[in-house]
Design a protein around this ligand. Structure first.
Ligand SMILES: NC(=O)c1ccc[n+]([C@@H]2O[C@H](COP(=O)([O-])OP(=O)(O)OC[C@H]3O[C@@H](n4cnc5c(N)ncnc54)[C@H](O)[C@@H]3O)[C@@H](O)[C@H]2O)c1
Length: 245
């Protein structure tokens, strides 16, 4: 068991990738606290995982509610070992016709939301002097993508945030590691509506001729959350089947 007795906070915990991260963490002995604005799957996942999971219905852009929730978590569990900033949205459009709202909405959830959650949780980690934070970026944050100026800007910014926090949160000798992962095309709600002709083009470019699966991502997140990666910090690890080689 790689996460025995660990307390992990996962945002966007009922999404396709988020719920797989919860499942893999729980199978390795962790207790997971899911922060999620959509409560549709709370009952289903609570029935499946029992006391190993607890959900809080919270929008990660709501700083006041987040403060309350993280206080409650740290009181109840006395610590937070792992944070996975997984919640994210897309609102795709070509740049010249992208509205200010489309741009701001995506930056608000993907970047500001990550900032707000991390700030609350990092305060707890700072007190306990250790922790592992994993931010879900995207290959699009490194390479850009047509129709995703808002999303790629948000995911690129997450990489800068990751590297800065890796430096800042260890300034007093704390063992707080902060890493990002950059998934390529992963089978999920987020990619289900991509037109077939575009999907086929992507498949042609991949070295590994299939789209990624949520469990591929979850296993990498597990590695970064666990002590197996205790000398890795400030990194961005691509998980994309060789998309850009
Ligand atoms: N699917 C892919 O191909 C892919 C590729 C690269 C990166 N990612 C990233 O992986 C993460 C998970 O994506 P997914 O494919 O599982 O998508 P998903 O839509 O299935 O999951 C995202 C989850 O985040 C939640 N969420 C959205 N806004 C929120 C908010 N304001 N507060 C709280 N929760 C909120 C949603 O309710 C949803 O459950 C995202 O950050 C996404 O950008 C996905």
């Amino acid at each position: 068991m790689k996460l025995r007795d660990k307390i992990a906070v996962v945002t966007g915990a009922t999404g396709d990738i988020g719920s797989k991260i919860c499942e893999v963490f729980i199978s390795e002995g962790a207790t997971v606290i899911g922060l999620e604005k959509n409560d549709e799957k709370f009952d289903e996942l609570s029935n499946k995982f029992g006391e190993s999971i607890e959900f809080f219905k919270v929008d990660i852009t709501d700083s006041a509610k987040l403060k309350e929730v993280v206080n409650e978590i740290s009181k109840k569990y006395s610590k937070i070992d792992i944070l996975v900033n997984n919640a994210g949205i897309t609102k795709d459009n070509l740049f010249l016709i992208m509205s200010e709202k489309e741009f701001i909405d995506v930056i608000n959830v993907n970047l500001i939301g990550t900032f707000l959650v991390t700030k609350e949780v990092a305060r707890v980690m700072r007190k306990q002097k250790e922790g592992s934070i994993i931010n879900i970026s995207s290959v699009v944050g490194i390479d850009g993508n047509v129709g995703q100026a808002n999303y790629s800007a948000s995911k690129a910014a997450i990489i800068g945030l990751t590297k800065t926090l890796a430096k800042e949160l260890t300034m007093k000798g704390e063992k707080i590691r902060v890493n990002a992962i950059a998934p390529g095309f992963i089978e999920s709600r987020m990619t289900v509506n991509i037109p077939d002709n575009l999907k086929n083009k992507v498949l042609e470019r991949l070295c590994i001729k299939r789209f990624g699966r949520p469990e591929d991502v979850a296993k990498l997140v597990l590695f970064l959350a666990s002590d197996d990666s205790q000398y890795i910090t400030g990194q961005v690890i691509r998980i994309d089947g060789g998309l850009t080689l």
